[in-house]
Design a protein around this ligand. Structure first.
Ligand SMILES: [Mn+2]
Length: 329
């Protein structure tokens, strides 16, 4: 049964022992929504299967008490937060449960005792509307959590709407939290040291080629190839290929900037073409793709680069100059 904000809150008051359950690898939107509800109504914040990096720093910094892998059978009601499918809950068994969510798919709401679904950019915004409707205060801790949830779910406001900004302004006003503090908290989030090493190695081993105004970066690492490839795009490459070797197989993670994709580059196709020349599999999307083949790492990377060069040369205007930049290592 679908209910509105006030009804959702009133129904929660009927239960003694509520579990607010976050999807696996919970993000700040899920954790902060669960936390805000538990502060207003009482109950336990539960993680069905861990949480991501920013969520874990948030939990630590504002001191959220979380229960890892709780059993819904131990609770009077489970409120599934920021989750649209059973699979995101590792198919955990739910008996009586409610759902609060902002995703468009509604698989979980069908069997829910009651649910609140809104078309917002984050679940936190729905929770904010509940707190506003019942006149509950937004504490500093809740405010920090909510802002972190909104910032991460909107990709730093890339997908924000006018309502998102309105809610953000209200949260800042009501909680007394400064926007800058939240950014500091997020920036302080340390990445795994082995990941940082891999990413820095990928940058230092970068081989670069220029086609007109486009730069193709090629590198290799022993792990975190996907992150390293994305990083090369973030620091200036238009197309990047990062190779890793594992058990005699060569894996390449390819990434491309939106401009290169808009110009007509399709990495999914390109990687499929490369993999067909070897024993292996490959494919993906136009802006992100990968292959796993049997072969020599440098040769596979060279083939990826040559194919990208060919494609970009065909796509860029004939009067552009193609220039070779450097080849280190
Ligand atoms: Mn969300």
């Amino acid at each position: 049964m679908e209910v509105d904000e006030v009804e959702f809150f009133n129904r929660l008051l009927d239960y003694q022992n509520i579990l607010y359950l976050c999807h696996r690898n919970a993000d700040p939107d899920a954790v902060s929504s669960a936390f805000a509800l538990s502060e207003a109504v009482g109950g336990t914040v539960g993680l069905v299967d861990g949480c991501n990096r920013v969520a874990s720093i948030l939990i630590e910094k504002i001191g959220i008490e979380v229960m890892d892998k709780p059993d819904p059978a131990d609770y009077g009601l489970t409120v599934v937060v920021d989750t649209s499918t059973q699979a995101q809950l590792n198919d955990i068994e739910l008996r009586n449960y409610a759902v609060i969510d902002h995703h468009t798919t509604t698989a979980l709401t069908e069997k829910a005792d009651f649910f609140l679904r809104r078309n917002t950019t984050s679940t936190v915004e729905i929770v904010y509307d509940i707190l506003k409707a019942i006149g509950a205060p937004i504490t500093r801790r809740v405010g920090i959590g909510m802002l972190t949830g909104i910032i991460t779910d909107t990709g730093h406001f890339k997908h924000a709407t006018v309502d998102t900004f309105r809610t953000v302004a209200n949260i800042i006003e009501n909680s007394g939290v400064e926007y800058g503090e939240v950014l500091d908290l997020m920036a302080a989030t340390p990445q795994d040291i082995s990941m940082r090493i891999a990413i820095l190695k990928a940058a230092s081993r970068n081989q670069m080629e220029r086609v007109g105004e486009m730069l193709i970066a090629t590198s290799h690492v022993s792990s975190f190839g996907g992150s390293a490839s994305s990083m090369l795009i973030n620091i200036g490459a238009d197309v990047s290929f990062v190779g890793t070797t594992k058990d005699g197989n060569v894996r390449v993670s390819a990434r491309a900037k939106r401009d290169a994709v808009n110009a007509g580059l399709n990495l999914g196709q390109l990687m499929e073409d490369v993999s067909s020349e070897y024993k292996g599999t490959g494919g993906g999307h136009s802006g992100a793709a990968g292959i796993e083949v049997v072969g020599d790492l440098n040769e596979v990377l060279r083939k990826c680069r040559e194919k990208a060069k060919e494609t970009l040369k065909a796509l860029i205007p004939a009067n552009s100059t193609y220039k070779y930049i450097s080849e280190d290592e």
